[in-house]
Design a protein around this ligand. Structure first.
Ligand code: ACO
Length: 311
């Protein structure tokens, strides 16, 4: 029986960069405060989910050597669709020249891992080629007068092609969770801006990351020591640091791009993962732990055995 594996990957960031110094001209803040409290130095803004997704999706398919007409399913993880409907996935599917089912999937910042786990189930079920994209444009729903939130967010997209071509499973364990009782601490109404109770999100995020990672590792039948690379949601360096400490994982195992991207929601994990791949931090056979949390409060983790084509 064949199993799904990642055969192509790519990311895209919009051109305009907003540094902490730029933000200090908008609100009462400083580069020092933002770096110390969040680990963020700059973020890309003015992105559109469909445009960023098309760029990342096209490059991921090119890398996999997959023709758009061969894609059987598009899963687009986003919480900032360009319009209420149609789904951004439908727009992207058309612009990329694909002829297949296409849906948006909203699990906020956990969206990419939700999409990856879902795609792997489709692959197990017999679907040959799936494009998974995590793409968000939080700059469009950021209140640029609120210093408590505007310093954190940015835009971006990351995409992977999943093909049913591995001889043994590559998704070894996963955990998907949602705690809707905490939904009110991080919300955005239709037409509104992000509202966040930062302290409460912080507290819950650390616990959610720990629980999701622990559950996925347990289901994979592996321990922290077996993991080569951890790809955490890039929300705040202090959240990542606290969660990894609780898990007993050294910080140097983490893939981090937060300093130059800010929190890009569903794009953050693929952005950090692809950056780590580009730096040669993952070898065939290595185990990667992806773990995220977000509005909902959603959380998700996946243990992936790295099995690139040609390995
Ligand atoms: N610049 C300067 N001062 C600031 C800023 C700023 N940008 N923002 C807040 N402050 C001030 C506050 O007003 C407060 O001042 P006061 O003591 O006079 O009242 C002081 O700094 C401390 O504020 P805190 O809120 O206690 O700061 P904290 O250390 O908790 O950091 C932060 C705030 C960065 C928002 C943190 O709570 C956090 O990261 N929370 C989680 C955010 C998160 O992960 N969100 C995304 C989740 S998922 C998703 O992306 C959808």
């Amino acid at each position: 029986m064949a199993h799904g594996r990642i055969t192509g990957w790519a990311t895209h960031l919009p051109e305009r960069i907003l540094t902490n110094h730029d933000l200090a001209e908008l609100v009462d803040t400083s580069d020092e405060w933002i770096r110390e409290r969040s680990g963020i130095g700059a973020r890309h803004v003015d992105g559109k989910v469909t445009e960023m997704s098309v760029e990342a999706g096209r490059d991921a398919m090119a890398m996999a050597g997959v023709d758009p007409s061969d894609v059987d399913l598009l899963l687009l993880a986003t919480c900032t669709s360009d319009q209420q409907f149609p789904a951004s996935a439908s727009v992207v599917q058309n612009e990329l020249g694909m002829s297949c089912g296409a849906i948006d999937l909203n699990a906020a910042c956990s969206g990419f891992v939700y999409g990856l786990v879902t795609a792997m189930q489709f692959a197990e079920g017999g679907v040959e080629t799936i494009l998974v994209i995590g793409s968000d444009a939080l700059s469009g729903i950021t209140d640029w007068t609120d210093r408590g939130t505007c310093v954190l967010f940015g835009d971006g997209a990351g995409a992977v092609v999943i093909q049913r071509s591995a001889s043994t499973p590559t998704l070894l364990g996963w955990d998907l969770m949602s705690d809707g009782s905490a939904a009110s601490i991080l919300t955005c109404e239709h037409g509104g801006k992000i509202f966040m109770n930062g302290k409460e999100v912080f507290r819950r995020a650390v616990l959610a990351l720990e629980a999701a990672a622990t559950n996925a590792l347990e289901r994979a039948g592996v321990t922290m020591d077996d993991i080569t690379l951890v790809v955490p949601h890039q929300a705040n360096i202090r959240i990542v640091d606290a969660a990894l400490k609780r898990l007993g994982i050294p910080m140097d195992k983490a893939a981090m791009v937060l300093e130059r991207t800010g929190n890009t929601s569903a794009a953050s994990i693929p952005l950090a993962f692809v950056d780590a791949l580009d730096k040669g931090r993952v070898e065939p056979g290595d185990l990667v732990l992806m773990v995220g949390f977000g509005a909902g409060m959603s959380s998700a983790a996946a243990v992936v055995r790295w099995d690139p084509p040609g390995a």
